[in-house]
Design a protein. Structure first.
Length: 277
């Protein structure tokens, strides 16, 4: 399918939270119609999320296109999945780097969570963060307490609740050539292997589909979308995008995720696309 400017698009990649999903975690009818327009035109659609494989599949299923049964990306690019199951893991954190970083962030007063495989681990004594408490109610055993977080293995990322720019700046100061520190949402930050990212996972999918980067459209809103927005032939950021994503994008949409912003971007790029209204 060609854009109005004549670029052939063979794959479209969408972030979930803050992009396809509204703040109350729904996909609007207009955005659903926009994605169907792309698939009907022969474009391979992939979701790429920082969510865990199971919840990423649940959210993707809202599109009603069966995409959750095809390949999709979870764990911020750390896992390639199908139907809620991890098929391939990519670039977990180095064991020593992970342990040192965890200890250093604890010393700053943070209570990190560690994502490894299909589980999330923590060792703080306080109550579970609201997000993970809800996850554990829906999927018992998904979030597990351990004696010492530093001893977990094959960790893909560390996850933090942040409340302000000062919190993020403290974590950002821990960044080294081995690790990346970024905001995954306004009040969440993550630390990953510097080689982990949605774009690395997408490159693997592109090779399997024989698709070139210039023929990819990527849409996102957060720091963990920046690499794929830079790498894709067209990188589009939502109106509600964080600065890291907006700076990496080729274009910024006119609407937020609560205003069917994905439909707005598709309508702007392609002839005969359905309107967001």
């Amino acid at each position: 399918m060609k854009t109005k400017q004549g670029r052939e698009i063979r794959m479209a990649v969408f972030d979930l939270d803050g992009t396809l999903l509204t703040t109350d975690k729904r996909i609007s009818d207009a955005d659903r119609a926009a994605v169907r327009f792309l698939t009907d035109g022969g474009v391979k659609v992939v979701t790429a999320s920082g969510r865990f494989p199971l919840t990423a599949a649940e959210m993707t299923a809202q599109l009603g296109l069966g995409l959750e049964d095809d390949l999709y990306i979870a764990d911020g690019g750390g896992t390639i999945c199908r139907a809620g199951k991890a098929l391939r893991k990519i670039n977990p954190m180095d064991r020593e780097v992970y342990s040192t970083t965890t200890a250093a962030s604890k010393a700053l007063g943070f209570a990190p969570y560690a994502a490894a495989g299909d589980r999330v681990y923590f060792d703080s004594e306080g109550p579970l963060d609201e997000i993970y408490g809800t996850l554990n109610e829906r999927s018992p055993g998904l979030v597990q307490k351990v004696d010492r977080l530093e001893e977990c293995e094959d960790v893909l990322k560390l996850i933090y609740r942040i409340w302000n720019e000062e919190d993020f700046a403290k974590l950002k100061a821990l960044e080294t050539p081995d690790i990346l520190v970024f905001r995954s949402s306004e009040y969440m930050a993550e630390i990953t292997n510097s080689r982990l990212g949605k774009w690395n996972a997408l490159e693997s999918l592109m090779r399997s589909e024989a698709i070139d980067p210039e023929n990819v459209l990527a849409v996102g809103d957060s720091g963990n979308d920046a690499d794929m927005l830079r790498g894709a032939g067209i990188g589009a950021a939502m109106k509600n995008a964080l600065p890291e994503a907006a700076e990496a994008a080729d274009l910024i949409g006119e609407y937020t995720s609560d205003e069917s912003g994905v439909a707005g971007i598709v309508y702007e790029l392609f002839e005969n696309a359905p309107s967001r209204f």
